[in-house]
Write a protein that binds this ligand. Sequence first.
Ligand code: ADP
Length: 371
Amino acid sequence: MPRFRKIGILSSGGDAPGMNAAIRAATRRALSQGLEVVGIQGGYAGLLSAADEPDKEVIRQKYLRPFDTASVSNIVYRGGTILYSSRCPEFKTEEGMNKALKACHDNEIDAIVAIGGDGTFRGATDLTNHGIPSIGIPATIDNDITATEQTIGFDTALNTALGMFDSLRDTAESHARCLVTEVMGNGCGFLSLYLALATGANALAIPEIPFDREQAIKTIGEARTRCGKRGILAIIGEGMPKIDGKDYGEIFKNEIIERTGIDTRYNKIGHIIRGGNPTLRDRLTATQMGVEAVNKLLEGRSNLVICVNENRITATDINFALVLDKMYKNKLKDGDLDNFTAFQVAQMKARCEARAAKIERLYNMAYDISM
Ligand code: ADP
């Protein structure tokens, strides 16, 4: 028998296609195991609003909606999140946490499945530490969570952007233009990297790898002069630094024009790739993760983030996942590693090295075959 009767499900932070598939799967799995399910509206903010609201009926309608099987019908194919999302700075405060706990206690929510990014997981671990067992499911188009090889939404965003790049290619070819395009990614180059490989871009700049602008401009010039290329694509990851307050891609575009004379335009692919119907891959991943999150809670486990590694659905301790992420992003602070064994630290280092090596290998490949 599970130690609890009712779970809450929420989505928080940036939305990502496939969140709905995870909500559906977690809901249906919990119901099938005899649990009650509450859809928490608007992320952690929904819990806080519920704590402030005296009217139980208003709470049920607006903030903590009782879910039955029909509540999650016809959503597996839809982008966005039916639970809505928000940023809730108040939740990080002691007062906010007390409100969240009050909402859980008043409404008999015994455990929480939190779908989102690393901020969402920090919230989930805080809840666990305060007696509400919680599990995280990684959803962000950026694929910037080090503990998992794939986040929900990444595949859909790639495929959506891929269609856009194919369209850009058409116009670049027709007008013999170079198109420099910034792609969303929140400091993580995975979207840009995969797109460069899949679109045949001639230049790629991502935050993880030092970018040789001189060389890239030379390569673009040669693509035209030596190879007679008409349409030329260059991809810039969102996290590349601004120069004199201007987008990196804008500056790069100006330099290409100055140095090569090639007619060059700059544009951005931003929030448009956060929406849309999730791909098969995202639906499958999200569904399996949703089921696994509930399974883990039923096993009495918590404070985990569900991951995909080497094509298997796995679960990693949230604290491990958060510190691993900091290590990879060079954000470790004094004491962050204190609670981990030497073996765990070695595991983290190996994971970081493997991830960095993968990016470097694919980056070099993209350049190698760009002409
Ligand atoms: P993401 O989950 O996509 O990384 P955010 O960083 O905006 O997005 O986090 C989503 C929400 O998670 C925040 O609005 C906040 O309510 C909660 N959160 C973020 N960081 C923390 C933290 N350090 N402690 C507790 N809750 C947090």
